[in-house]
Ligand binder design. Sequence first.
Ligand code: DOR
Ligand code: ZN
Length: 422
Amino acid sequence: MRIKIKNARVSPNSEARDVYVNNGLIEGFNLDGTFDLEIDASNFLLSPALIDPHAHLREPGQEVKEDLQSGLSAAVAGGFGTVVCMPNTKPVIDDPEILRSLIAKAEKLGLARLLPSAALTRGQEGKLLADAAALKAAGAVMLTDDGRTNEDAGVLRRGLEYAHALGLVVSVHAEDASLRGDGVMNEGEVSERLGLPGNPAAAEAARIARDLEICAVTGARLHIQHLSTARGLQLVRDAKTRGVNVTCEVGPHHLTLTDSKLETFDALYKVAPPLRLQSDCDALLAGLVDGTVDCIGTDHAPHTKAEKEQDLLEAPFGIANIELAFPLLYTHFVATGKLSLEKLLELMTTGGAKVLGIGEPKLEAGMPADLVLLDLNTKKIVDPASFKTKANFGSPWAGQELTGWAAKTIVRGQVVFDASSS
Ligand code: DOR
Ligand code: ZN
């Protein structure tokens, strides 16, 4: 299959070129010859497809919330060509056989590329290390007990050493469980007024401080997931200055929503770590701008309608957002002049690739044809009913007018999402 993408621009002011895609690869620019499909990119921006280092796709075992088909369809609709799925499934992904079957299934689907992470500890119980070498051999790109916290510092240290020897990154959900307690939202003025149990910023900061010390002593690669606080970010910034081998990510919800949303008592806004204060959002945005934050991780975390309709104490944590990540960040920060388009694309493409230690995407001949055409002009209202994720019953951003929607997503040289026909 040979595709001609005509009049493609990589930035709004760059020169338009015709990009040729052949046999799954970028063949070259401004070439001649016949093609099977022509795509007019005149109204769009061409970028390498987005990379998400953090999504919950719920297979195996929780297909009622999401499965590979729905989750990877949602991913390509969001412009993602590669997704790292989390292992907090049922059973937990701590077994090479599960990895192999997920990878085989995702390949058959032919949507976004699936790069699974695997559990750091068996059953994500935080006690015995999983067989990292076997998991790596079966295709794991990252080890993490995400969804759970790593309470035993000694286990995390040994896990980091083991992963380091194998060249694998370990990512952590950095919250101190005892400080977090049974908090369902940020601890502060709003939680006190609503009478809801709070989860303090200190739960994140204390755990990050501990993990940075462990990272420094092992020299291993540590990735801190879904930063939510100004203090946590500052700890990472200081550690990076000292040369600690750490990377971090921020999610769209922690940049665009605050704890005041919990005044609705709607569990759509219940997420771990919780939504914080505007000052935290501002600090995280500054972290994107100054390069402290390495990548955007969506932490797409779908649950069922029935689960999310429970009250705030009972409902599970998690926000489904993979279809909105780019439009949200583009509309809130790039269109408002707070963040450059180039930086946002870097955070959503090469940023994740560097964290994972996989090849960095480039628009060059010979590179895999994983591409997205982004429509930076058309305004569209967020309508959860149109989502591909199974969590299409509501969204924290329902009704918002956004720009930056994916028009077409190409993975392995095949069009896997086309907004005009979906
Ligand atoms: O809000 C969250 N949801 N945070 C997590 O760490 C886990 C995730 C999930 O699996 O639903
Ligand atoms: Zn997490």
